[in-house]
Design a protein. Sequence first.
Lengths: 113, 117
Amino acid sequence: AQTVTQSQPEMSVQEAETVTLSCTYDTSESDYYLFWYKQPPSRQMILVIRQEAYKQQNATENRFSVNFQKAAKSFSLKISDSQLGDAAMYFCAQETSGSRLTFGEGTQLTVNP
Amino acid sequence: NAGVMQNPRHLVRRRGQEARLRCSPMKGHSHVYWYRQLPEEGLKFMVYLQKENIIDESGMPKERFSAEFPKEGPSILRIQQVVRGDSAAYFCASSREDRARHNSPLHFGNGTRLTVT
């Protein structure tokens, strides 16, 4: 069974600074996808970024980038130039061939002005 | 192009009543997934359906919960004889095709918050 662990229940960052959210996972699969989702108070699940396990290059989407360490089963999210609108709950998730996502418990990010 | 539509947004039921949650997938999507989010937790997979077929229900509780995705109309998650522990946010997601190929992104609805009093 897959497990996804987010060891930081809460994180805070100053506006315009950089923050890194941690995620580790455990799987016996060799082909899988990893995701970061953002959930603001509206409860909407917003896809932030995704990484394909067979790609060594780290995914990047504007101010969001990941540090994917496949051997260590680590998948951290870096948010650069943090903005007030980045404040939300962030979930790490893994998908394997079964087409189901396994989510971590989430990290609540606060952005201080 | 409307996104995944879930209704109601909020649902209050007394213990023992039935709850019906509806999900209309995005246009052109034939695959639907239901997830449950308990307070202060991440989303947990419940069931994966295609039109008229249940593909994977390994995350569904064995009793009181059922799901369907008929040929016409929305997908329905049904909870019979609700208990306080069923209080949660229930999310639906849809995709265009078999996501085992990993080419079709998953689109989430805004969820239904069920409160059992």
